[in-house]
Design a protein around this ligand. Structure first.
Ligand SMILES: Cc1cc2nc3c(=O)[nH]c(=O)nc-3n(C[C@H](O)[C@H](O)[C@H](O)COP(=O)(O)OP(=O)(O)OC[C@H]3O[C@@H](n4cnc5c(N)ncnc54)[C@H](O)[C@@H]3O)c2cc1C
Ligand code: SF4
Ligand code: SF4
Length: 570
């Protein structure tokens, strides 16, 4: 029979003494309680030491704390580096401060409420079972997919910290989209030179193994033991065993020529970038003629992506200041939410770049070989103040649509990571976990997550590297086995749980081969779904959805819930 040791934490005297005494006499009357001690401050180091001694001497095998919020005790156990004198899953906390006293004026009513909660907690404590933890060795080996600026930076940062990196690039060379840029908007270096230096440094790093013109063909396993099969363009296959995976496969741009957009004087931002890289001055030449006027029409393809604004303002400065062009930028909104962009925007205005805002798409026509743009300028809010503007230009620059890289969808299926509504790879939590995917051990960064400028990609690359290093730093992954588990005898292999698990922690990959369980004392074997404890977050979705009731959470079984509610088991 389980024996419960109870501590009433008076929280430095903030529990009224009469309330505390009545609770103590109620608890002492419960049959399974072997002792009940008041403690002035259980979250202090001395309080915790006394608790450990009492538990040992009092012969209790379950611990019930009556006091404040469970978080309070969790953090003080960590703060004082105090090993809990009992398996953490045998500890139950009743928060009488926030859940009773702070919300109930009448003391008699508060007492009744507290008694009810304590009774349930005692039942819960009696039904609780110890849960062991598991430690998984982690080799410092990581696979990085994508050799753009994000992948290169992740690989270098990890390699500098002693991690062996396998860098996989599907194209013949490293560098990605950054190689198409001529200059940064916020750094003095020339982009190709800067990327080139990074690539040659990477080539000199022995702990980076580079695979170019190669693709990931198959991935199995979970954090700490991913097995990745890769194949190069000659058909040679390699099997890599890595602890974690970083996806940095970037994005691509699309532009459908057609109608007036086929006119040779309408070009894209990328084409303009190439033109500028070849421009020798003093003027810009296009098809053998000087270009005097350039108009950008932004936000036609991507309304909320700032790369266009950044690129256009950067280019306009070069055109206006060094190549004697008059530049006009038409956009729905000037997006300057990037480091140093506000300054650059002001500089562009000072140099004479004209900005107009529009809501209705500008009308384009050809007049004497030039492009005419007609638009209503909506910079002024009052409709009566908004004027039509007509601009004639030698070159019209439009933005391409930023779309996910061609294989993003198949990659998400292969890796079992989520896609966002626009088809880019999705982070687990946009506020807190921006570079973690829904799967433990798989990280996403750079343009594959969302179109972004180089400095943002670099920041994400460093964030990913830190996350990976934090994961690998102890050489092992320690996880509580407070996870879902399948009763193989009940599982009907209906495939509901592997489809629903948000963290892809359940597999039924090789029916009747791998996921076969031998039942103790039984001859026959059962195929069944299998939960990987290191990948499971214990969210309980599979438990709720399994039609055969074959899954349970080890730390919150049906029996424990029924016991808490004092219901007969079903
Ligand atoms: C038109 C345009 C203009 C831009 N202008 C600017 C600017 O002015 N200033 C600025 O700061 N930024 C600008 N950017 C953004 C900048 O180019 C990106 O931020 C940066 O290149 C993103 O780097 P990345 O490594 O995440 O992706 P990418 O550069 O796209 O690299 C991804 C790499 O992954 C590889 N890959 C793809 N799929 C796979 C796969 N399945 N397996 C293996 N490898 C794969 C690709 O071949 C590529 O080499 C611009 C981008 C574009 C497209
Ligand atoms: S939902 Fe239940 S029955 Fe279906 S595969 Fe998963 S464990 Fe088996
Ligand atoms: S508890 Fe949640 S994370 Fe764990 S296997 Fe079930 S659905 Fe997946």
């Amino acid at each position: 029979m389980a024996r419960i040791g109870v501590f009433i934490d008076t929280l430095g005297g903030s529990l009224p003494s009469s309330f505390q005494e009545r609770i103590a006499s109620f608890v002492q009357g419960l049959p399974q309680v072997v002792f009940c001690h008041p403690e002035v401050n259980l979250t202090s180091s001395q309080g915790l030491s006394r608790m450990a001694r009492c538990l040992e001497q009092g012969g209790a095998d379950r611990l019930l704390i009556i006091g404040g919020s469970p978080k309070l005790y969790e953090s003080s156990f960590q703060k004082w580096a105090h090993p809990l004198p009992i398996n953490p899953y045998l500890l139950t906390v009743v928060n009488v401060r926030e859940q009773v006293l702070w919300i109930t004026k009448d003391e008699a009513e508060a007492l009744e409420k507290a008694k009810g909660i304590i009774t349930k907690a005692v039942r819960q404590a009696l039904a609780s079972q110890p849960i062991e933890s598991q430690s998984l060795p982690l080799k410092p080996e990581v696979l990085v997919l994508g050799g753009g600026i994000t992948g290169i930076t992740v690989a270098q940062t990890l390699a500098r910290s002693g991690v062996h990196v396998f860098l996989l690039e599907k194209g013949p060379q490293l560098g990605g989209r950054a190689l198409e840029l001529q200059t940064f908007y916020n750094r003095p270096e020339e982009v190709r030179k800067w990327v080139g230096e990074k690539i040659s440094e990477l080539g000199r790093t022995p702990s980076i193994t580079l695979f170019t013109q190669a693709e990931l063909k198959h991935l199995e396993g979970h954090v700490g033991r991913f097995k990745a099969k890769i194949r190069n363009h000659r058909g040679k296959e390699d099997l890599l065993q890595v602890s974690a995976l970083v996806v940095a496969t970037g994005y691509q741009t699309e532009w459908e020529k057609g109608g007036i957009f086929s006119h040779r004087r309408i070009i894209t931002l990328s084409e303009m970038e190439r033109l500028l890289s070849e421009a020798k001055g003093p003027s810009l030449r296009y098809e053998g003629k000087d270009v005097g006027t350039v108009t950008y029409v932004l936000d036609t393809a991507n309304e909320d992506i700032k790369v266009d604004s950044i690129n256009a303002i950067k280019q306009s400065l070069q055109l206006q200041a060094s190549l004697q062009c008059q530049v006009t930028i038409l956009c729905k909104d000037v997006k300057v939410a990037a480091d140093g962009m506000e300054r650059l925007y002001r500089k562009a205005r000072e140099k004479g770049v004209l900005f107009f805002k529009y809501e209705e798409a500008p009308k384009l026509s050809i007049v004497n070989g030039q492009i005419q743009v007609d638009v209503i300028d909506t910079a002024l809010i009052q409709k009566k103040d908004q004027w039509p503007v007509s601009i004639l230009s030698d070159l019209l620059i439009i933005s391409e649509a930023f779309v996910p890289a061609s294989e993003t969808e198949s990659l998400s299926r292969l890796l079992r990571i989520h896609l966002g509504s626009r088809g880019f790879l999705m982070e687990d939590n946009p506020q807190f976990l921006r570079v973690r995917s829904n799967r433990r051990g798989i990280f996403v960064a750079g343009g594959c997550r969302f179109p972004q400028e180089v400095s943002e990609s670099l920041t994400e690359a460093r964030a990913v590297a830190e996350e990976v290093l934090a994961l690998l730093s102890r050489g092992e992954y320690a996880c509580d086995l407070a996870v879902a588990e399948v009763d193989p005898k009940k599982c009907a292999i209906c495939y509901t749980c592997p489809r629903l698990c948000p963290h892809s922690a359940i597999t039924i990959e090789h029916y009747a081969e791998k996921n076969v369980y031998a039942l103790p004392g039984r001859e026959e074997k059962w195929p069944a779904a299998k939960v990987d404890p290191a990948a499971c977050y214990g969210c309980g979705i599979c438990v709720a959805e399994c039609p055969a009731k074959a899954i349970s959470l080890r730390h919150l079984t049906d029996e424990q819930i029924y016991a808490q509610m004092n219901l007969p088991e079903r």
